[in-house]
Design a protein around this ligand. Sequence first.
Ligand SMILES: [Zn+2]
Length: 305
Amino acid sequence: MDFKDLIGNNKIKDYLINSASNNQMLHSYMFSGREGIGKKLFAKIFAKMILCLSEDKPCNTCKSCISFEGENHPDFMQINADDGKSIKIEQIRLMQEKVVEKPIISNKKVYIINDAELLTKEAQNCLLKTLEEPPEYVIIILIVSNESKILNTVKSRCVKIEFEKIPDEEINNYLEKQGISKLSNVMLKQCDGSLKMALNIGEKTEEYNTLEKIINNMEKENIAAIWNNAEILYKSQDEIFDYLDYINVILYNKLLKINKISYVNCIEKVEKIKKNLLANANYNMCIDNLLLELWEELNEKHNRS
Ligand SMILES: [Zn+2]
């Protein structure tokens, strides 16, 4: 994996390549920006370059590059929320025990903290010590999707690199190169610059097209037909929040074309159902109600106008 394999954020790419090539890294970085735009991959390739022992980085042939690709580089460590919920102070303490040991293969050591917004307050305060006085060979990269969860004291000790959304055209070009069909404008809106989301939708274009059909048919068909053709919603409990978000993107898109209050009301109804689902309301009943309420809203207004 190399920077040339990644799309978007070219200025950041150039900056990181220059820093690593000229051995002008800083001690701590915060890679900030929405999910799915490549922050983790950028950080990993940056780490690989920093650790590479050759002039032309990453060379992919030195001992460091080979260990890195083999995921057993002793001077590289990633810290993750193991339970998906939080990164605990014990994990930072463990990291700090390793930080003081000199590098083994490379001249530097790189630590990436993924989803750093999940660091507990205690863990962040503990991390401060290392951010304040890092050994000269240590580089720490925090990957952050929600900056508001990071203490100001931690932020102020990191150089922030703000990642931008990936332009729609670049996303579609990338999908095409991967043999995945291009996304429609409404689908691209749902992605909002996230390649990760685009790949996810790219694998499910049929499902996303069906959702669009359901909403488009609301004003044409009776409620029984709507219920019958909405199987996708009933059987997709795992993806339902993505699908409901998409329904709102479709509705919002309609609103931009025709300024009707019923579209606004529908968007609110979808948000209400999301809350009910989060509160563990009966799944099928939620979907029944959602479809009925959207249908009533769209047809009631239709009749009135
Ligand atoms: Zn190398």
